[in-house]
Design a protein around this ligand. Sequence first.
Ligand code: 5GP
Length: 120
Amino acid sequence: ATQPYDDSNIFARILRGEIPSTKAYEDEHVLAFNDINALAPTHILVIPKGSYVSWDDFSERGSDQEIGAFVRAVGKIARDRGLVGSGYRLLANVGPDSGQEVPHLHVHIFGGKPLGPMLT
Ligand code: 5GP
């Protein structure tokens, strides 16, 4: 089972507007912003506005509407950034073995250069 959600995490603070971020996309259910430590020319983090610790938590507790909005937003951001032709990579770290740093679900979008076999 997933740990309980801790609303002092940094992405919860970004959602509350307590910490600035460079917004890349927003709708009713989803926020996306540039990673503060970009590992590629495009490095965007996409998060649900709801309080979900990880992909595991979201896939169990998220509503079909939230999950649908999230999946569509990831695709739309990549299309709007012109990444589809050249290609891009999605990454979601889940839990300790992955090195997940922030306990609010985020999907990384990497693009804008040939990415090699792995980024980290
Ligand atoms: P994880 O390792 O959990 O998959 O990824 C966390 C990501 O959040 C890292 O790539 C890190 O650079 C990014 N990050 C951490 N703190 C902040 C912040 O305050 N603002 C933004 N925009 N990104 C952050």
